[in-house]
Design a protein around this ligand. Structure first.
Ligand code: SF4
Ligand code: SF4
Length: 406
């Protein structure tokens, strides 16, 4: 990982709205507080901006990095002499030209690229990584466009996440894994601790090539993120070299105790940030920007009980003791997106007598609670529900349970 491990400086700059002039000023200030764009981008380099393009949806949903933030970062890279600025991501679907083009348009990024002389990534090749010494991610695919970059700027979005608790800088690099290979990784690294280790392995692979993280926290997402939550204003942009430090400050803004988040625990265990989480914040005062009633979610620390409980009892125990995705049979449109992306093949499409199209149904004995179905359902009909015992254990811990079950 290199230099970023010693660099805990995070700049925090107020940014009231997405008006381009306002965002340009806030992003430039945030990067200047870290020494200026020249610290990160050199003349002649190919810069890839890794945005969060999650899925095809309206920009106003706040599920994707806002195009104005990407525009501000890209313009600075060109000012620093970058030969090319390429905007890239692999969203939650096939990593193909046709699929990604529709997301390039809906995210507003295609327009930004055309207006500013950036490029949208057209390289849909994959690159096979072999890291025998990695903790868990010894072999995996990444998008070749990231492999080809001289430098990567990770331009992420601050949101809640029903599987991981939150998503920001660390998690955004999961988008380096091309399309449906993500499904395989979820199947391979099922629990949050192992999944967190995999993400750190991905970060280690890229090392110092990821020069900077810029986080869009102007409008964050609260509630059932990363795709079906509610936009919530925080009014800030963050920048920093160390993704764990950027996430620590992002979590403070959401009024979440950073050490309660599994990714932060993994980052500490893997030496990305000290135990005391001492991010050095420069710029504006974090206390003035914290949203005290931010609707948070609990990370899903679901661990299968297979080794401890007889098989015939497992379904009941799971239902009572955990949170689980629930599909509304009435509202399901039968588009099959969840069926195609479930890493455990836990979803089947079932005919019902009163519907012309088969509806999605979950087999909970196979479900690992990765919530990919909830994340990717374009109609928002997959909700997260808590079992009775789960609710009893969490009474009074946080307002999130009520929020989640709405
Ligand atoms: S049913 Fe949903 S939460 Fe369960 S494994 Fe499949 S995609 Fe993940
Ligand atoms: S993605 Fe949503 S609408 Fe489509 S089949 Fe699954 S639950 Fe139904």
């Amino acid at each position: 990982m290199g230099l970023c491990m010693e660099n805990y400086k995070v700049s925090l700059c107020k940014c009231d709205d997405y008006e381009q002039k306002v965002v340009d000023a806030a992003v430039e200030r945030a990067i200047d507080l870290l020494g200026g764009i020249g610290q990160f981008v050199k003349a002649g380099q190919t810069v890839v901006i890794k945005a969060n393009m999650l899925m095809k949806c309206d920009v106003d949903k706040c599920a994707t990095t806002h195009p104005s933030v990407v525009e501000a970062v890209g313009k600075l890279a060109l000012q620093a002499g970058a030969a090319r600025v390429i905007i890239a991501d692999s969203a939650g679907g096939p990593f193909t030209e046709g699929y990604m083009n529709s997301i390039y348009k809906s995210s507003g990024l295609k327009e930004v690229a055309e207006r500013n002389g950036f490029e949208m990534n057209v390289n849909f090749d994959t690159y096979s990584v072999n890291m025998p010494d990695a903790k868990v991610g010894k072999h995996f695919l990444i998008c070749d466009c990231l492999q080809q970059a001289d430098v990567i700027i990770n331009v992420c979005k601050l949101k809640t996440h029903t599987f991981t608790g939150y998503t920001n800088a660390i998690k955004n690099m999961f988008g380096a894994i091309p399309g449906l290979a993500k499904v395989e990784m979820h199947g391979q690294f099922r629990t949050l601790d192992v999944f967190g280790d995999f993400l750190i392995d991905v970060w280690n692979y890229f090392g110092d090539k990821i020069v900077l993280n810029v986080s869009d926290a102007v409008m964050a997402m609260e509630g059932a993120g990363p795709s079906n939550g509610t936009p919530r204003k925080i009014g800030a942009v963050l920048a920093g070299v160390n993704p764990a430090a950027v996430d620590v400050v992002g979590l403070k803004l959401m009024n979440i105790e950073p050490i309660t988040m599994p990714f932060i625990q993994t980052a500490v265990a893997r030496g990305y940030i000290d135990k005391d989480l001492s991010a050095e914040i420069v710029g504006d005062n974090v206390d003035e920007l914290v949203v005290t009633d931010f609707k948070t979610v609990t990370p899903n620390n679901f661990k299968p009980f297979a080794n401890y409980i007889p098989q015939w009892l497992q379904g009941t125990v799971h239902r009572l003791m955990t949170q689980r995705p629930v599909i509304s049979k009435k509202k399901c449109k039968g588009c099959k997106k969840c069926y195609e992306h479930c890493p455990m093949k836990a979803i089947s499409m079932v005919k019902t007598h009163n519907s012309p199209v088969p509806k999605a149904k979950i087999d909970y004995s196979k479900c690992i609670r990765c919530y990919c179905c909830q994340e990717l359902c374009p109609f928002g009909v997959v909700k997260v529900k808590s079992g009775v015992v789960y609710r009893m254990f969490h009474i009074g811990t946080k307002k999130h349970i009520k929020n989640m079950d709405k």
